[in-house]
Write a protein that binds this ligand. Structure first.
Ligand code: NAP
Length: 456
């Protein structure tokens, strides 16, 4: 499949890029491996810091340019794109600043002799990344690994090719040697070839369960480590002692941010009986307030979905939910009389356990609402999911919030807020949401060799 920019607001194809030939792919693999072996792995932290820090500066200086590229290619609101560029620059700065400390040798006191564990890079890494946060997804993989001394090759999603090229150029402009960061416009067959290649030492994928299973299986066959950041259907629990207005505000932001196309979006509103009617009334009113329009316009509040295919898939999923007994409180259809891939903000209720969509992820502005008896029922419902990415709990009793958080089987739980991502918080899940962590001090440890050196 070709790599193509199609404006999600106008439906117009803006630019196409061909996939590279196997010969060109081989040249890029060789260049990356040569860069690792002869250059990048030998550089000091200070040298790498200067380059990654420069990339952060360039990102900030060209914030508008990077933001407009994202909005053009996948349709997110321009103010969200601007925010993403700021976060990406902060992640670059964070690893530039802290990598050396995170990877400092660890002295061990042993009974006989001295021992130390040193962290060394492992080689050329391959990342497969999704379109929903076109630069944030890339930086989570690239920044820690480049600072650790690995080099990275990336296959980005086929609908955001200009973002993919812009990120490669960013590192070249910052002074990184050729081969340190390589963008690959490759086919799915070539993805397999890359994973099989001896020069590739490990693989990271962020995306759907389907793609994750294929890529991780191939990595496993080659005895290569992988990390997977997959989908989620995060529970948003509101207990009877919650601050209602705050809960509603975060529920709306958590569900509607990025037009609902976030893995850690608040997808399942689980509200205890005593709060349910009040919550639903306010949540509904707020969800009805979104206005579709040009995502480049700062006044627009509802962005189009990333592609016509994404809108069609979401509409079919809502229809399936309804066919199996779910009720549509608001929305449920695409926005009529409006160009672009717009889905109405939607609230689904009465989703029974035998509804096939009960266990699915809705990747767009569609909230599932569940009323439960009490805290225990809320936790049980939160855990009745194949996913285990994030989740939120709203209560004014923080000890209670922590207790509920411990009961939820996910990689992240946020008390009194929707999910957030900052450079210093680990990001990742359990169950079908994947394995491994990105960001924070943990994210830089995934693809390094923890080498024991012991002197007898
Ligand atoms: P996707 O189809 O899995 O695409 C993600 C990446 O995988 C793209 O680069 C895609 O390439 C590639 N890909 C797809 N099928 C492949 C295959 N058979 N072999 C090799 N590569 C393949 O994911 P999506 O539907 O676009 O993205 C949404 C999903 O990602 C949601 O489930 C969301 O929750 C999840 N997600 C998770 C996180 C997290 O951190 N946990 C973050 C964001 C999104 P093409 O574009 O060329 O198809």
């Amino acid at each position: 499949m070709a790599y193509e920019t199609t404006n999600p607001y106008t439906g117009k194809v803006v630019k196409r890029f061909d996939e590279i030939s196997d010969k060109d792919l081989e040249a890029k693999l060789k260049q990356a491996n040569d860069c690792f072996e002869n250059d990048w792995r030998h550089r000091s932290f200070a040298d790498r810091k200067a380059i990654i820090g420069k990339a952060a500066t360039l990102m900030r200086e060209q914030q508008q340019h990077f933001a407009e590229l994202m909005t053009l290619e996948m349709g997110k609101l321009i103010k969200e794109s601007t925010g993403e560029v700021g976060l990406v620059a902060n992640i670059l700065s964070y690893y530039a600043e802290h990598a050396e400390k995170f990877l400092a040798p660890e002295k061990l006191s042993t009974e006989r002799g001295d021992a130390v564990v040193e962290s060394s890079p492992i080689g050329v890494l391959f990342g497969v990344e999704p379109w929903n946060f076109p630069f944030y997804q890339l930086v989570r993989f690239a920044a820690p690994n480049l600072m650790a001394g690995n080099v990275v090759m990336v296959k980005h999603a086929s609908i955001v090719p200009q973002c993919a090229l812009a990120f490669e150029k960013l590192f070249a402009d910052a002074g990184a040697p050729a081969g340190a960061y390589t963008n690959l416009f490759i086919s799915k067959d070539q993805v397999t070839k890359v994973i099989d290649d001896d020069r590739i030492r490990a693989v990271a994928l962020t995306g759907s369960e389907g793609a994750g299973a294929i890529v991780a299986e191939r990595a496993g066959k080659n005895l290569k480590k992988s990390t997977l950041e997959l989908g989620g259907s995060d529970a948003f629990i509101v207990l009877e002692d919650a601050d209602l207005d705050k809960a509603v505000k975060h529920a709306v932001a958590g569900r509607m941010g990025n037009a609902g196309q976030a893995c850690t979006a608040s997808k399942r509103m689980i509200v205890v009986d005593a709060m349910a009617d009040k919550f639903l009334e306010k949540f509904k009113a707020a969800m009805e307030g979104f206005k579709p329009g040009d995502p480049m316009d700062k006044e627009t509040t509802l962005a189009p979905l990333s592609s016509a295919g994404a809108l069609k898939a979401l509409q079919e999923q809502v229809d399936e939910a309804v066919a199996h007994g779910a009720k549509v409180l608001i929305g449920g259809k695409r926005v009529e009389g409006q160009a672009g891939n717009f889905m109405q903000p939607t609230i689904l209720t009465d989703i029974a356990k035998d509804n096939p969509t009960y266990h699915q992820e809705f990747f767009g502005p569609v909230a599932m609402f569940f009323r439960v008896k009490d805290e225990a029922a809320a936790i049980a419902l939160a855990n009745d999911s194949p996913f285990g990415l994030g989740g939120s709990v709203f209560t004014q009793d923080l000890e209670r919030g922590k207790r509920v958080a411990r009961g939820i089987d996910t990689g992240m739980v946020f008390i009194n807020s929707a999910a957030v991502s900052t450079p210093d918080l680990p990001f990742g899940g359990v169950k079908n949401s994947g394995y491994g962590r990105e960001l924070s001090a943990m994210g830089i440890q995934e693809f390094v060799n923890k080498k024991l050196i012991r002197v007898a």
